[in-house]
Design a protein around this ligand. Sequence first.
Ligand code: HEM
Length: 306
Amino acid sequence: MEKPKFMSKCLVLVALLIACLIINNVESQLTTDYYANTCPNLFWIVRRQMFNALMNEMRMAASLLRLHFHDCFVNGCDGSILLDGSDSEKFAFPNLNSARGFDVVDSIKTAIESQCTGVVSCADILAIAAREAVLLSGGPAWQVLLGRRDGLVANRTGANLGLPSPLDDVDQIIAKFAAVGLSITDVVSLSGGHTIGLARCTVFSSRLSNFSSTGSPDPTLDASMVTSLQNLCPTSGDGNATTSLDVNSTYRFDNHYFDNLLNNKGLLFSDQVLFSGNPTRRRRPNRLSRLTVKIVHSSSGASPIP
Ligand code: HEM
């Protein structure tokens, strides 16, 4: 039971690694020991800072993992999400009032600079912090390839157009992942990042009433969840109340997110479509739903993903 579960968690992380490699398009230059001589304590410094951040707020693991993803999806993993200025990605729609953890990145950077001045790129700091975030949340570790260079320009339009939206359907999500070299399997595996963290009412409330102008809630959202989410997110509310992306397992990096999808308990529309398919084509199971089922079955001893 434990071993297959570990395998499926690894799948998520292997895909994460692949993502970083492909999106960066500089794989041959990255190495795990890039800072071995110039900053030998790098991993410990980041781990310590992340530990402190999580002691202060457990959610920060999720926030840092997402920061790395949002960095990598726009012009590769180049740290550009951290840049200020007129084209700052921080103010792109998917990040505005949403991306968090910049102060923690600053703390990590300060701690690193005090020991290894001017050596470690911010892009690499984000990559290591994401690994530590998963590890400290109970997920597995992986070797982080390093040696990324920091970008000097941000790309707000790229962030607006390239980052997936919680309202995207299956085809739109697949297209956005494909645009950065990621496969359908990567879509399902990487979406498993939603095993930790929170989301605001504003990103899922369209599912709670008059979904797609039907006059009713989204039929693929569990009825008891509809009721409790309607209480959390009244139509007159400000939309900033938050709830777990992975109900009943908010801060634990596990396979529970995929179990939820099979029980119509995916919080975001873009999560649930991975299993339920697009509303117009729901009668036929799609390739994504078969992949999702395989991931879940791999945690109960059935066949793993091919
Ligand atoms: C498949 C497409 C995806 C969509 C449409 C999506 C969308 C979202 C949205 C709307 C939120 C909530 C934001 C808010 O309430 O302000 C969120 C949170 C989050 N996302 Fe995604 N996401 C996707 C993929 C991913 C991937 C690939 C990862 C990482 C591997 C990831 C990691 C996270 C995490 C950890 C959070 C919680 C952040 C926190 O609590 O601060 N997401 N995502």
